[in-house]
Design a protein around this ligand. Sequence first.
Ligand code: PHE
Ligand code: FE
Length: 288
Amino acid sequence: MAEHVFDRPPPGAAPDWTIPQGWGRFTQAEHDMWDRLFARQSAMLPGRAASAFLNGIEVLKLTKPGIPDYAELNERLMVATGWQVVAVPGLVPDEVFFEHLANRRFVAGNFIRRPDQLDYLQEPDVFHDVFGHVPMLADPVFADYMQAYGRGGLRSLGFGALGKLARLYWYTVEFGLIQEAEGLRIYGAGIVSSYGESIFALDDPSPNRIGFDLTRVMRTEYRIDDYQQNYFVIPSLDHLLKVTLETDFAPLYGALERLSDIVIGDIVEGDGVITRGTQDYARSKIAA
Ligand code: PHE
Ligand code: FE
């Protein structure tokens, strides 16, 4: 799937796999691409994105045109929560990824999509990684969650439970919804960085929207090739942090071994259903 998967740091990368961002090498056309994506997404996000996300855009001054220079971005992010963004050459091994998170470093792709990839690409680019993920890292509670996730990730490797834990990342960090006083909002990076999915996730009758439950989420399969068929809704970032910190995942991994996986799109007993989806979108894709 990914173009760049290595088993050791490629030439020019540090032992921790980081590379210089090389901000000066981006062309005007690449900066223009960022601006185009930024304008399209930021026009849509008021009333859709979580308040923590919108606040992060302001605090980090991401409204400045062009691909962000990490040196400048990191000064603001450091003040906000002590996180840093570091550039990597492509996908990195799980252990490397977790080690960075556990140390409050977010690894970001170092290329930007081409004009023919405006709406879809498989490998995360700088727009997904920086626009999608970094605003939430300016939120103190989410910042702690991501670090805890990194530590939990390192721990999961010892239990061979990475696949289960990855589902938690998927359904929160990438595709999470949050219940705010004014209504449902998106905070997952995969949604906020996608024009189509930022509408679909909130407005389309097709997907299920289900109250977040840790065990339920970790039993649920997910798809990487199209819009999600389930979204899980957290009541607050505090709740997400508290539940994950206070749960010892070791016995949970054991319990999950004995529980069956839940098929994408299914509703099961005990679900706190917020919207029961029609699944029409997913069905139309299968029929096509
Ligand atoms: N509490 C988890 C464990 O015992 C760690 C964790 C925290 C995992 C936050 C994910 C998110 O492994
Ligand atoms: Fe991502």
